[in-house]
Design a protein around this ligand. Structure first.
Ligand code: CTP
Length: 491
């Protein structure tokens, strides 16, 4: 196992262990990832003795002043290069059934390995001179790695009641690594799932995000559904499951459809929030579902209701409530627009409006819409993709001409006020909207000169008289340095 130890810090730890007559091992995720040939930046060192004292000695040897000490947990962490090395004394832990607060005692390496979550996470490599590089693997984690199995070292109900989050972790690792959860372990998750209620939303969501970010997230979602965890932590998603039939007509199962969209998008992006947009794009379908004789199943307004549901879901899951949430909301709201466009005769105006509404996120929206094509008929898929290609081409063409994506009104509200010598009032908004609509509808190009003429006309209509000339405004703006150079425009 020495090939896992070719980072200098291991030699230093080994030397200090020998000098102080202590035992030290690297354990957990680092060992697992090395055997899986995955890159890992987090190193966990377990010491038979005090982890903090040992870490202080290592820090001194490395000439490091900074060491983060977590007294309550008996751990210390230092950074070396891009690695984070955490030291902990070997422990024997038992948990109070109704709280996460462990009763901690010093223990042997074996005790420490017993209290870990999975066999593949309980392997240790010796850093001691007498057997440097020896794998200590009491639960045969290495075979589970080869067989791709997630299994607990002890009886799963013991391991899971020590920390119920481990039920989510089992599913997360299985999804991330494309492993299978051992049958006994899986049955135990089903049985003990309610214990997740004592775990904080933040910790659950950390795991959920890792499932969303796994190569094929549907695997994790299906495991969450089968074990009953999904219903507990994300009932809105669970509600997508199922097919109704009326008048001999069935709608598609939106649970599997959403998972297909999520898998599709995961092939082309690692962005957590774009993946979340896929998770949530049809979230309001169960609430808007209706059978309309003659029409079949409809989900009218699901994009709008979905947009409204996002904040409460984000809040409950303790996901961030600002930029990322607004981004997800926007994609949920707009996710049908490109599809509609690609089915109709596309007008420039409709494309400009979509560019305006999606702004910077237009490419992500198109990616979501392409992932949303889940038909099994290759001809249908081909047709939709060809239509989207046309929409994209048209967008590029209009964007080059009118730069709508980062739309800034060519004349600001302040300037409208100055020109007509009026206080802040409704007319300003009316003129601004009038100019915006004229640009989006292609009536005028997106530049100052065209907007000026249009503004004066609209002003007249509203009974307003200009008090300043175009040149006056340009001069004022140039002095303030606020006027943007006119957008490129073709006549
Ligand atoms: N561990 C555990 N039970 C938990 C969390 C962690 O037994 N609920 C143990 C496992 O041995 C795990 C190690 O602590 O390997 C480190 O935990 P962590 O850093 O959370 O996970 P990693 O296994 O390193 O994996 P990842 O970095 O992907 O989270």
């Amino acid at each position: 196992m020495e090939n896992c130890l070719n980072v200098p810090v291991f030699e230093i730890i080994s030397d200090i262990a020998a000098e102080k007559n202590l035992k030290a091992f690297v354990i957990g995720g680092f060992v697992r990832d090395c055997l899986l040939r995955r890159n890992s930046k987090d190193i966990d060192i377990v010491v038979l003795g005090s982890g903090i004292d040992f870490a202080e000695k290592v820090a001194r040897r490395l000439g490091r002043k900074k060491l983060s000490i977590f007294k309550n947990f008996g751990t210390a962490m230092l950074k070396t290069g891009d690695l984070e090395v955490e030291f902990v004394g070997a422990r024997k832990e038992s948990y109070n059934r109704n709280s996460r607060k462990p009763v901690v005692e010093d223990g042997s390496l074996e005790d420490d390995q017993n209290r870990r979550d999975f066999t593949i996470n309980a392997m240790a490599i010796s850093l001691n001179k007498e057997d440097y590089g020896r794998l200590v693997d009491p639960f045969n984690g290495i075979t589970d790695l080869e067989k791709k199995i997630i299994r607990t070292p002890l009886d799963p109900s013991t391991t899971f009641s020590d920390d119920p989050l481990r039920m989510m972790r089992a599913i997360r690792f299985a999804s991330q690594l494309n492993f299978r959860i051992d049958d006994v372990c899986f049955a135990s998750i089903r049985e003990n799932k309610e214990r997740l209620k004592i775990v904080s939303a933040e910790r659950i969501t950390d795991e959920l995000n890792k499932i969303v970010l796994s190569p094929k997230p549907s695997a994790g979602f299906i495991m969450m559904e089968t074990t009953g965890i999904l219903q507990l932590i994300f009932p809105e998603f669970q509600a997508l499951k199922g097919v109704d039939e009326e008048g001999g007509q069935k709608h598609k199962d939106n649970f599997y459809h959403t998972l297909k969209v999520l898998d599709n998008i995961s092939l082309v992006t690692d962005s957590l929030w774009l993946r979340w947009a896929a998770v949530l794009h049809d979230i309001a379908k169960p609430l808007t579902k209706k059978y309309e004789p003659g029409l079949g199943w409809t989900f009218h307004g699901h994009e709008f209701l979905g947009y409204k549901m996002v904040p409460s879901i984000f809040r409950r899951l303790k996901l961030p409530l600002h930029e990322s949430m607004h981004y997800v909301q926007k994609l949920v709201l707009l996710h049908l627009r490109p599809i509609v466009l690609s089915q109709e005769i596309v007008t420039d105006s409709a494309i400009r409006r979509l560019l305006f509404d999606a702004g910077e996120d237009i490419d992500d929206l198109m990616t979501l819409c392409e992932a949303d094509i889940t038909s099994k008929n290759p001809q249908t898929v081909k047709k939709h993709l060809a239509n989207f290609k046309k929409v994209r081409e048209k967008m590029a063409e209009l964007e080059a001409r009118d730069s709508i994506r980062n739309f800034q009104p060519p004349i600001s509200g302040d300037n409208i006020q100055l020109v007509f010598n009026i206080p802040p009032c409704r007319e300003i908004g009316t003129i601004k909207n009038f100019l915006k609509d004229a640009i989006l509808d292609g009536i005028i190009p997106n530049n100052f000169d065209a907007a000026w003429e249009h503004m004066i006309e609209k002003g007249k209509e509203l009974g307003l008289t200009p008090h300043l000339s175009k040149e006056d405004i340009l001069r004022i703006e140039n002095q303030n340095g606020t006027i943007e150079s006119p957008s490129p425009s073709k006549p």
